[in-house]
Design a protein. Sequence first.
Length: 116
Amino acid sequence: MGLAEAADRPAGHLNYGDRRRVEIARAIALAPSLLLLDEPSAGMGPSETDELAELFVAIKREFGCSILVVEHDMTMVRAVAEFTLVLDHGVVISSGATTAVLADPAVTAAYLGSSR
């Protein structure tokens, strides 16, 4: 989890990004087949978000669990998601391969507005 150097410090004394890693480590310790995460990169800067994305790829590879992420940071989504489902007011407007979904005009219109 990239926390070895902080092993002797209480979690409450860690920076925000490392506290998130501790939360994820606690969940992984239970050997889940599915890890559910809601806005895991919220409050993080770009470098912390990149590190978190790398961690998710490593978790999938090393522990073999699937990860379901609810996330609005498209950098994070592009980095980790193989399959993406987009909701607009609770209705599925697009689903499938992440690159295709993020290029879908319905997704762009719902989240960025349309030029109409």
